[in-house]
Design a protein around this ligand. Structure first.
Ligand SMILES: [Mg+2]
Length: 301
């Protein structure tokens, strides 16, 4: 029995900096674009197809993809685009929790009569961002923040993926462990050494085993997430770090443009073996996007 519906949207612009560059210069559309010469700050999906990833060294990236067009970052353009993006978010629902310059949770509960189902709202949100901001965005819809974010990660680029409450565990358990918050290369390596490659295999382990393998906090968190336990509500008004500080830290460090203070990274999880299971999937393109992101600790129950 499910007490709540899938009303949480996770919206995340695809390759944000690179998409702004392609939006503003028609010559760059359809071409592999790298933002940042020293370190890759962002890569268009055409560049990602060559194996280029955020935070990779520029020389390595150019070797992987000789035809890539390398452009200097324009932080003020990204800050403008972010403001326009958040105007669309704020016009969609009062319950918007910003995660970064190009990414937010939106809760659309109770809006059915006024604005339609969460899926209809998500479709309109994608269209509105395309029309008003000129950028491609991927939206995941689920009952929990955690799962909405997993869904958008799976659906990238330019996708929409809704996980109905009765399909949550079937969807989640088929995914590789790298899709879980908090599972970066190190944790994935530890799990692989235990013979664990899927979220379903994590869910089958007793919590004590995970805690002894990964430590108390990480073990508990992983156990909770593998069972899709994430009680955190969308917290409206929350904006993690200012847009300016995101832009500055990205320009300075060239590593992560997210300033949230915690714990996880998403690695390039393979989508091989990811069962769709009737999950609504409106991806306009196939392929596995890679994103780097950070998330707060998820309390376990
Ligand atoms: Mg993004």
């Amino acid at each position: 029995m499910f007490v709540s519906k899938a009303t949480i949207l996770h919206a995340d612009v695809d390759s944000f900096y690179a998409s702004v560059e392609q939006r503003d210069d028609p010559d760059l559309r359809g071409r592999p674009v790298i933002v940042g010469a020293g370190v890759v700050l962002a890569a268009s999906y055409e560049a990602k197809a060559y194996g280029i990833r955020t935070a990779m060294g520029g020389a390595v990236a150019r070797r992987l993809c000789p035809p890539a067009v390398v452009v200097a970052p324009r932080m003020s353009a990204y800050a403008e685009a972010s403001k326009a993006l958040y105007r669309v978010f704020d016009d969609t629902t009062p319950l918007v929790e910003g995660l970064s310059i190009d990414e937010a949770f939106l809760d659309v509960r109770g809006m059915e009569r006024l604005a339609g189902s969460p899926t209809e709202i998500a479709v309109r949100l994608k269209r509105a961002i395309r029309a008003r901001v000129g950028l491609p965005v991927t939206v995941g819809v689920a009952r929990t923040k955690f799962l909405a974010k997993v869904a958008s990660g799976v659906a990238k680029p330019d996708g929409l993926l809704v996980v109905p409450p009765d399909r949550e565990l079937a969807f989640l358990h088929a995914l590789p462990v790298e899709r879980l918050w908090g599972v970066g290369e190190v944790t994935a390596g530890k799990l692989h050494r235990l013979g664990i490659t899927t979220v379903g295999e994590v869910a089958a382990l007793p919590k004590e085993v995970l805690v002894s393998a990964l430590g108390l906090a990480a073990g508990r968190q992983l156990h909770a997430l593998a069972h899709n336990r994430d009680p955190r509500p969308v917290q409206p008004g929350r904006r993690r770090g200012s847009i300016g500080s995101h832009a500055r830290s990205a320009a300075g460090a060239g590593r992560s443009r997210k300033s949230t203070p915690s714990c996880s990274d998403w690695s390039n999880a393979s989508l091989a073996g990811c069962a769709r299971l009737g999950v609504l999937d409106e991806r306009s393109a196939s392929g596995c996007g890679s994103t780097t992101s950070r998330e707060p600790h998820v309390p376990s129950r």
